[in-house]
Design a protein around this ligand. Structure first.
Ligand SMILES: [Ca+2]
Ligand SMILES: [Ca+2]
Ligand SMILES: [Ca+2]
Ligand SMILES: [Ca+2]
Length: 441
């Protein structure tokens, strides 16, 4: 059964489930969310969803999508440990599952207490093989496996699901368990429950880059509120070492201001570094409109809550907080006027789908289960956009037809390049992972 609900006032809360049954559509805390329950899996009040209208498909007839595994419950993010070896997060269960050769291990590698309302939960993962990064084992004991960094909305206890923080921990992987947790970042989780972000990536500098939205709070300079408080760890992309230390102050000298790499960000579920330039890019979700793709240079100000999407011609840039000139506003390199709920951005550093996709930017969305394919210009600071999107804006949905690479994947929350060079797709709606590869391989 395919159920496609109406768009709501917030892009990303449209998640998709398998086998769903629409029971009622009340409003939640003044938003236009559709509240949906299901016969098989627990509902996520404040979200609406569909499984997608058809089978996952890829526009290029030389490529196809195969199912790797299904049976995951609200998977938010994944990381590959090796060929056909995935770590996958389940949002509401607070679990890290391992899937080897298409089979999920009987027990999760970790289960923690999470708050899971709307966008809260087990949200982000990145893996670093620290033995190859030159970083000392902090315990100076038996060598463990790779570091696994997790971002989740931690709850008080298994009984009390009150959020106590959006937290980034570093674990070590040993004997199919995640052990030796070290708290690296303790960020606000209230008021919430939306805009927790949670995307983590590791730069070529070995530092962690972490997205957090405004957590429904609009009171600090990081949200471009001039008379607001100092940045509190929300509304930005934060940068810390693999031990959780600040790297280099950009907009503020005191913690957590000294951890900001970028600010003015409403809600971001995806960041990635362009391997050819080292530039960071993000996706951002607008308030039901004006979703964005941005080039994120150090000190980037995305403009929220003064502007979302391309700034209008009469925009008064004095509205923005610039931290004495250290913060720099930049318009998005692409935006969708009608929300699609963009999530992962991935630079596809592989030629295994054909030379025409090598180092392209893939972006996934939640509303349509689509993957978009963008080429970059020669110095890779802009997207190459033709026809109706040459203005960098999709005013209507038909404008993105030419950059649509795949669709009907059912609310995509993550994309990765495998060690085999193929593209892997994580479907929140279908609880599944797909592999996209050439038909002849
Ligand atoms: Ca991932
Ligand atoms: Ca922006
Ligand atoms: Ca291309
Ligand atoms: Ca346009």
């Amino acid at each position: 059964m395919a159920v496609k609900c109406q768009l709501n006032s917030d892009s990303i809360s449209v998640f998709i489930l398998l086998g769903v049954l629409v029971l009622n559509v009340p409003t939640v805390t003044g938003s236009l969310y559709a509240q949906i329950a299901t016969t098989e899996a627990p509902a996520i009040p404040g979200s609406n969803f569909s499984e997608g209208a058809g089978a996952p498909n890829v526009t290029d007839t030389n490529l196809k999508a195969d199912l790797v595994v299904r049976g995951l419950e609200f998977p938010t993010n994944m990381a590959l440990l090796g060929p056909d070896d995935f770590l996958v997060l389940e949002k509401s269960k607070g679990t890290v599952e391992r899937i080897v050769n298409g089979t999920m291990l009987a027990d999760p590698l970790l289960q923690v207490n999470v708050a899971s309302e709307v966008e809260r939960g087990m949200l982000g993962i990145a893996v670093s093989n620290h033995s190859s990064t030159g970083i000392e084992d902090s315990n100076n004991t038996t060598a463990h496996g790779p570091y696994v960094f997790l971002y989740y909305t931690e709850a008080t206890s298994a009984q009390d699901h009150s959020p106590i923080g959006n937290r980034v921990y570093r674990y070590e992987l040993a004997d199919n368990k995640l052990v030796n947790p070290k708290l690296l970042l303790d960020l606000p989780a209230i008021p919430g429950p939306r805009h927790n972000g949670g995307s983590i990536t590791i730069g070529a500098d070995n530092n962690l880059y972490v997205t957090i939205g405004d957590v429904d709070g609009h009171t600090t300079e990081a949200q471009n509120v001039h008379a607001g408080g100092k940045p509190d760890g929300t509304g930005g992309i934060l940068r810390v070492t693999q031990d959780g230390k600040p790297v280099q102050s950009i907009i503020g000298d005191q913690s957590p201001g000294n951890k900001y790499y970028a600010y003015g960000i409403r809600n971001s579920f995806g960041i990635d570094f362009d391997p050819l330039t080292g530039y960071l890019w993000d996706t951002e979700n607008g308030p039901g409109s004006n979703d964005e793709i941005n080039l994120v240079k150090p000190g980037f100000n995305s403009g929220w809550l003064e502007v979302q999407g391309k700034a209008p011609a009469d925009f008064d840039y004095q509205e923005l907080v610039n931290f004495g000139g250290k913060g720099v506003y930049r318009d998005p390199e692409f935006s969708w006027v009608d929300t699609v709920g963009p999530t992962k951005v991935l630079f596809f550093n592989s030629d295994k789908l054909g030379a025409q996709y090598e180092n392209d930017m893939f972006v996934a969305d939640v509303h349509f289960g689509r993957i978009y394919d963008f080429n970059l210009n020669e110095n890779r600071t802009e997207l190459v956009l033709d026809g109706p999107i040459a203005d960098k804006v999709a005013e209507t949905d038909v404008e993105v037809k030419g950059v649509t690479f795949g669709s009907e994947f059912g609310a995509i929350t993550d994309l990765e390049v495998g060690p085999d060079g193929y593209l892997y797709v994580l479907s929140f709606g279908q609880g599944a992972i797909y592999r996209i590869h050439p038909i002849s391989m």
